[in-house]
Design a protein around this ligand. Structure first.
Ligand code: PLP
Length: 355
């Protein structure tokens, strides 16, 4: 009782929103428990088509395709799109699913240093010899809460004739004035070609992923993307949930906006207390502690004070960079945030993380 969750990807609180829950129950009742089929056999219902249309509209793209997860969307895209004559340039800290997706394709692989534009430019120059170039980056990086320099990436992509792909799992629904994501936040919605994202975090938190972008690309994925072709359709309740979450976000930007104010409150109070918070303006707020044991005992003690957070250490993050990753949600009240900060101050003093 009374435990506050500060470690979920439930950025907008929509996974417990009554309208989202009701929409899932209605879809279950009306469309059944599941389709017992992949999409192209008998696994497509009107709700799947409607959700794809809604996702495309939300991101202001031509079309969208659903997957069972964003891990699948990332696993399916590179192999379907790129040939051995092409090149993919990937940030070294990209999510594991992007790394795995790239492993599955036969394109020439370049790994550029994390958010290092000089290194990306050098690699783009080298990649000029290939037929097509695709720059792949997380929009927001989940371990550090930092945001990819998409403006600069898009400028380089333009200069060296490359396409830009972003994984928006930690951005969709809440970054940018209308929650459209990193591309909206940084004013490059018309310059990013492909977006992959999840329905399992801010958009209702159930499950599912998607690719959205130009129609010919989506058509190609429907023909060639293996996780789409060979895996079951999303169950109706999951579709109902995501669809309602998108309706709420398309109606108003109020939820996305409230998220930003709460993040600011946590970051500024923690910094004033003497903690180092990695990243900037993102609801992922890693409290940097360095020592793995310190992160673990502090997280345990936070739970004793009713705050649920988790310590991250090697191999999830580099050695010597252990941290407690706090995630802010729109459902946290100002009082909840203050309670979390106070607990951090007490626990930090007790364990010597603060003077
Ligand atoms: N990409 C990023 C950046 C993620 O953080 C995650 C989830 O942890 C995924 C992809 C995979 O998303 P899903 O849970 O929908 O498979």
């Amino acid at each position: 009782a009374g435990i506050l969750n500060f470690c979920a990807n439930n950025y907008l609180g929509l996974s417990s929103h009554p309208e989202v829950i009701r929409a899932a129950a209605e879809a279950l009742e009306k469309f059944g428990a599941g389709l017992s089929s992949v999409r192209f056999i008998c696994g497509t219902q009107s709700i799947h088509k409607d959700l794809e249309e809604k996702i495309a509209r939300f991101h202001q793209r031509e079309d969208a395709i659903l997957y069972a997860s964003c891990f699948d969307a990332n696993a399916g895209i590179f192999e379907a799109l790129l040939t051995p004559e092409d090149a993919v340039l990937s940030d070294e800290l990209n999510h594991a699913s992007i790394i795995d997706g790239i492993r599955l394709c036969k394109a020439n692989k370049y790994r550029y240093k994390h958010m290092d534009m000089q290194d990306l430019e050098a690699k783009l120059q080298d990649a000029q010899k290939h037929r097509l170039r695709l720059v792949a980056t997380d929009g927001a990086f989940s371990m550090d809460g930092d945001i990819a320099p998409l403006r600069e990436i898009c400028q380089l992509a333009q200069k060296y004739d490359a396409l830009v792909f972003i994984d928006e799992c930690h951005a969709t629904g809440f970054l940018g004035p209308n929650g459209r994501g990193t591309d909206e936040l940084l004013g490059v919605m018309d310059k990013v070609t492909i977006i992959n994202s999840t329905l399992g975090k801010a958009l209702g938190g159930a499950a599912g992923g998607y690719t959205t972008g130009p129609k010919p690309l989506i058509d190609l994925l429907r023909q060639r993307s293996r996780p789409y072709l060979f895996s079951n359709s999303l169950p109706p309740a999951v579709v109902g949930c995501a669809s309602k979450a998108l309706d709420l976000l398309l109606e108003s930007n109020a939820i996305a906006q409230s998220m930003a104010a709460k993040t600011q409150r946590f970051r500024s109070k923690m910094t004033a207390a003497g903690f180092t918070i990695s990243g900037k303006d993102h609801p992922i707020c890693p409290v940097m502690l360095g020592d793995a044991r310190l992160a673990a005992v502090m997280a345990e003690d936070m739970l004793n004070r009713g705050i649920y957070v988790i310590g991250f250490s090697y191999p999830v993050v580099p050695k010597g960079k252990a941290r407690i990753r706090v995630q802010i949600s729109a459902v946290h009240s100002d009082e909840d945030i203050d309670r979390c900060v106070e607990a951090f101050i007490e626990v930090g003093r007790k364990h010597g993380a603060l003077p």
